[in-house]
Write a protein that binds this ligand. Structure first.
Ligand code: NI
Length: 187
């Protein structure tokens, strides 16, 4: 089922999300719904707070961007991250233009370290520890931030952010033209 995406201004996006217990009811369905919602809105990553669930869970599927990028491994980068923990981030910081389904139509350059090591459970509750770099690290870092109540606009230069104020306020009033269903704060 395609779920509406919670956008800028919704308090769930600013909360620290809770760990998911292994016996959490309906987890498989929630994960399936998140993949469906992400595909429907042409996203490459989606974190549970973005569909209103304050849980430490995100899904990624970079196959839509695998053709126009130089990283062939993006094609198979379709994964579920449950209770992830970034153990280490290192490498030269690099800038990349990010977007977010919770910030429709906004794209900004964000600087992040180039490499990460992450521990997480997959959808079968196998505990994994992996390293990523390039776009894959970037996607994980972005989604991981959602679990700690952070958005990419928090990380851009303050002048750029100031210039976005009116657009961010418009999003929080639902005044944005996007082709997927959104939930915004009531006036
Ligand atoms: Ni996002």
């Amino acid at each position: 089922m395609v779920l509406p995406v919670y956008v800028y201004g919704m308090s769930v996006l600013r909360k620290t999300a809770q760990e998911i217990p292994e016996d959490y009811e309906g987890l498989d369905q929630l994960i399936a719904d998140m993949f469906e919602t992400m595909r429907d809105s042409d996203g490459i990553g989606l974190a549970a707070p973005q569909i209103g669930k304050s849980l430490r869970l995100f899904v990624v599927d970079a196959s839509p961007i695998s053709e126009d990028k130089e990283e062939p491994e993006l094609k198979d980068f379709k994964k579920v991250f449950i209770n992830p923990y970034i153990l280490d981030e290192w490498g030269d910081p690099w800038s990349f233009e990010e977007g977010c389904l919770s910030l429709p139509k906004i794209r900004e350059e964000v600087s992040r370290p180039s490499k990460i090591r992450i521990e997480y459970y997959d959808e079968k509750w196998n505990l994994l520890e992996e390293e990523y770099d390039g776009i894959r690290a970037r996607i994980i870092q972005h989604e991981y931030d959602h679990l700690d109540g952070k958005l990419f606009v928090d990380k851009i230069n303050p002048i750029r952010r100031k210039l976005l104020t009116a657009r961010l306020n418009a999003i929080s009033r639902g005044k944005v033209d996007c082709d997927y269903k959104i939930i915004f704060p009531k006036k």
